[in-house]
Design a protein around this ligand. Structure first.
Ligand code: F0G
Length: 481
């Protein structure tokens, strides 16, 4: 439920589910958290789960599953070919997307691999509202280039614009005029992950679709974060407020020629798939599935996951289910804004995004504000976030640092995983850190890999700021927790 009002006037989102299976977690004392962060080279990817209290790294593959999903896993059909599990998922997808064909793949990036292989050639230009790391890599591998054309508002961190994920229609017109035949497809990511989970409006998707049709170019929708985006369309787009989630989903899908998704997000399980109508394209993609993924009726997924995805996607048509993530995120964003903490607004899907540049203005960008903030937050709370700034970029060809336009720390809220008291805990610790921000300093490379440095790189604190932060925390909280 979006929110409930207490007799005291306090309002907060109320969980429309009860917890039936739990996993124990531990809040280790600050000395251990500090030691763990050192061992991990101040890179939250290198932490071990045993040292983490609340894991807010990602929502990928870690959403809570429902009792109905777990039950469905017990009746999975594990035939190598022709398994019924596939047909159950296919029929759910046909109901929500109304497309003729479904090709399974083991996760979202596998769909991007297959689609790029068939559609992208050297010299191809692919316009999109925003790239995702794996999308850009796969298009690049085939010799294509991403042309990112979000509306200008997308990079305005503190904004009230409800659909910061929209593509800029004028820039898309210009792209068609300039690159014409070199555009194999237009891609809309609904919603925009690297923009802070910001949604795209149905009106913008419709306009993009009309423009694509006029130019004879297919529109591809990355539906990995569609669940949150459907929620935002319903609550923020006046024309859609009386439509059901399924109706909105059908309308979004009707605009697309190709839809693909990471079921590690959409469907709250682990897998992926491509839906489409075009016979010729289907015939081109079809042989690649057994070649790279697995036979056509499992595509590299476990059949248990296929069953869970089918139920998960069906359940995504329910407002109680899809409002949980965004309303918890909004609660957290609102509380942080009230305390003056710089965060991406309006609240989006996926998680709450801290603006590290504004949070740590005294730290140089060359000393990695977002990575420093993520390390500091883990030390003082046991909460693991993800750096989305300069460390996540690659160096320029001349070896100089490529500074990211925005420096964010993502605190993902996997759907239905965390309770309100845990969200209050994180919020409180972020506010404490903000009040003590002057104690946070920068980082420098200890070990910098050439590729995917944000996954494997290790950094050291510049000066002894982390020890001072630990000392202040102990003064304020006594127990070290
Ligand atoms: N598209 C979007 C919008 C995504 O957010 C992701 C993954 C993918 C494609 C790739 O899907 O992981 O199943 O291969 N996002 C994850 C994240 C990794 O943490 O945000 P995948």
């Amino acid at each position: 439920m979006e929110s409930i009002k207490l007799s005291t006037g306090e309002e907060f989102p109320l969980e429309m589910h009860k917890v039936r299976i739990v996993q124990k977690i531990e809040l280790k004392p600050i000395d251990r958290r500090f030691a763990a962060m050192q061992e991990a080279g101040n890179n939250t990817f290198l932490l071990r789960n045993r040292d983490i209290f609340l894991d807010m790294l990602s929502d990928s593959g870690v959403n809570a599953m429902s009792d109905r999903q777990m039950a469905a896993m017990m009746v999975a059909d594990d035939s190598y070919a022709g398994g019924e599990s596939f047909f159950r998922l296919e029929s759910v997808l046909q109901r929500v997307f109304k497309m003729k064909y479904f090709l399974p793949a083991h996760q979202g990036r596998a769909c991007e691999h297959l689609l790029s292989r068939v559609l992208v050639k050297p010299g191809s230009i692919v316009p999109m509202n925003v790239h995702f790391t794996t999308t850009k890599a796969h298009i690049g591998l085939q010799g294509g280039t991403v042309l990112e054309i979000p509306a200008d508002e997308a990079f305005n961190i503190a904004s009230k614009e409800p659909f910061k994920g929209n593509i800029d229609i004028d820039k898309l017109k210009k792209a068609f005029a300039e690159h014409g035949k070199n555009i194999p497809f237009v891609r809309i990511e609904a919603g925009g992950n690297l923009l802070g989970g910001q949604p795209v409006s149905l009106a913008n998707i419709k306009e993009t679709s009309a423009l694509c049709k006029k130019n004879g170019v297919p529109l591809m929708i990355d539906a990995s974060l569609l669940q949150d985006n459907l929620y935002f369309i319903k609550v923020r787009e006046a024309a859609c407020k009386d439509k059901t989630v399924l109706e909105i989903c059908n309308e979004v899908a009707a605009c697309a020629d190709i839809i693909y998704f990471s079921a590690r997000k959409l469907g709250s399980a682990r897998g992926g798939g491509i839906c489409l109508n075009n016979d010729a394209l289907y015939e081109q993609l079809k042989p690649l599935v057994p070649l790279f993924e697995g036979f056509l009726t499992y595509g590299g997924m476990s059949v248990k996951e296929i069953e869970a995805i089918a139920v998960g996607i069906e359940e995504s048509m329910d407002m109680d289910m899809i409002s949980q993530g965004p309303s918890f995120i909004r609660f957290m964003v609102d509380e942080l804004v009230k305390a003056g903490v710089p965060v991406v607004t309006p609240a989006g899907g996926l998680g709450c995004h801290l603006d590290a540049k504004a949070f740590l203005p005294h730290v140089k960008q060359a000393e990695f504000q977002a990575a420093s903030l993520a390390a500091a937050l883990f030390i003082i709370s046991g909460v693991r976030g993800m750096e989305r700034g300069t460390v996540s970029e690659e160096r320029n060809p001349d070896g100089s640092e490529h500074f990211s336009a925005i420096e964010l720390v993502r605190l993902a809220l996997p759907r239905r995983v965390f309770t309100m008291s845990q969200v209050k805990f994180v919020t409180d610790r972020v506010i404490w850190l903000f009040k003590n921000k002057d104690l946070v300093g920068g980082l420098k490379w200890r070990k910098e890999p050439n590729i995917l440095r944000f996954f494997f790189g290790e950094l050291d604190a510049v000066g002894g700021w982390q020890e001072k932060l630990v000392k202040k925390f102990k003064q304020d909280f006594g127990t070290g927790l």
